[in-house]
Ligand binder design. Structure first.
Ligand code: GUN
Length: 277
């Protein structure tokens, strides 16, 4: 049976250390979150981020907008937050409502307040093999989790399913920086199973339940980034956990795996930005 990659436990360890660090800071970091639209999952995530920040002694303010908000209104808020000295970190929760370009919005965030590491400056640094101000939260959390269990990355074949700007693309670069051999698969990939069979480390960020035991090599490490409710209302990920955990060496659960690590990384990034300003 696979060892469980316990993101919840590692998150708690990281947050306990961070809380002590925040107590010693000369002032409190402030994380501003922009939440636009009615996406129920986004509301839950943002609430979670806010509560976690407050428990650490980090100020958190959420600016909520209705589904019919304009791009201009959001950009005006970003300009205001960029110019506000006491706001040290800015996060625009994705996805944005239909008709609003995430690219147009995100590129307005000042790179030194870009807590997701999504601005062209930070993405450009990452994709040119340089060091961004902070690394995107979910990929950072995945690497922290693998490192906690001393899972070797160098020389390993890492197969990433999903090419989003939030997970797949930045993770591919961070894995390359760690000297992995990286393959990125996506919805147009032919013979997905043939590729996933060769993975030493499989990261699935597809957002649908597609990873079955027969697609994997025995002993591989499986990281599940997916999170959604199945037809019975049960929270689950991309991976058939019950069967895959019989052949994998390590597996991350949903919930309690990568999702927990994303929050821990966001808090780490919030403090890192504060310290760099
Ligand atoms: N939506 C899902 N994951 C994320 C994330 O890491 N950052 C932001 N801003 N939005 C998200």
């Amino acid at each position: 049976m696979a060892v469980i990659l316990d993101g919840k436990k590692l998150k708690e360890k990281i947050l306990a250390q961070l809380k002590q660090k925040v107590e010693k800071l000369c002032a409190k970091p402030t994380l501003a979150v922009i939440l636009a639209g009615d996406n129920p999952a986004s509301k839950i995530y943002v609430n979670n981020k806010k509560k976690t920040a407050q428990n650490l002694g980090i100020n958190s303010v959420v600016f909520e907008y209705p589904e019919n908000v304009t791009e201009k209104e959001i950009i005006e808020k970003i300009d205001e937050l960029n110019n506000n000295k006491s706001t040290t970190a800015i996060l625009v929760q994705l996805p944005l409502p239909r008709g609003i370009s995430a690219k147009n919005v995100i590129e307005k965030i000042a790179p030194e307040k870009d807590v997701d590491g999504f601005t062209p400056y930070n993405f450009g640094k990452l994709f040119s093999g340089e060091v961004p101000i902070v690394y995107p939260c979910t990929p950072k959390g995945i690497l922290l989790l693998l490192d906690e269990y001393t899972i070797e990355i160098e020389g390993k074949h890492v197969v990433i399913v999903g090419r989003s700007n939030i997970v797949g693309r930045p993770l591919s670069q961070m894995m390359l920086n760690r000297n992995a051999t990286v393959t990125v698969c996506h919805s147009r990939t032919k013979n997905l199973a043939e590729i996933t069979k060769t993975a030493d480390i499989l990261v699935s960020a597809a957002g649908k339940n597609i990873i079955e035991e027969k697609m994997l090599k025995s002993g591989c490490v499986v990281v599940d980034v997916g999170i959604f409710k199945d037809e019975n209302g049960k929270t689950r990920g991309d991976v058939d956990f019950e069967n895959v955990s019989k052949i994998a060496s390590y597996i991350s659960p949903v919930p309690g795996g990568v999702g927990a690590m994303t929050i821990a990384s966001l808090m780490l990034n919030t403090v890192e930005l504060f310290e760099k300003q």
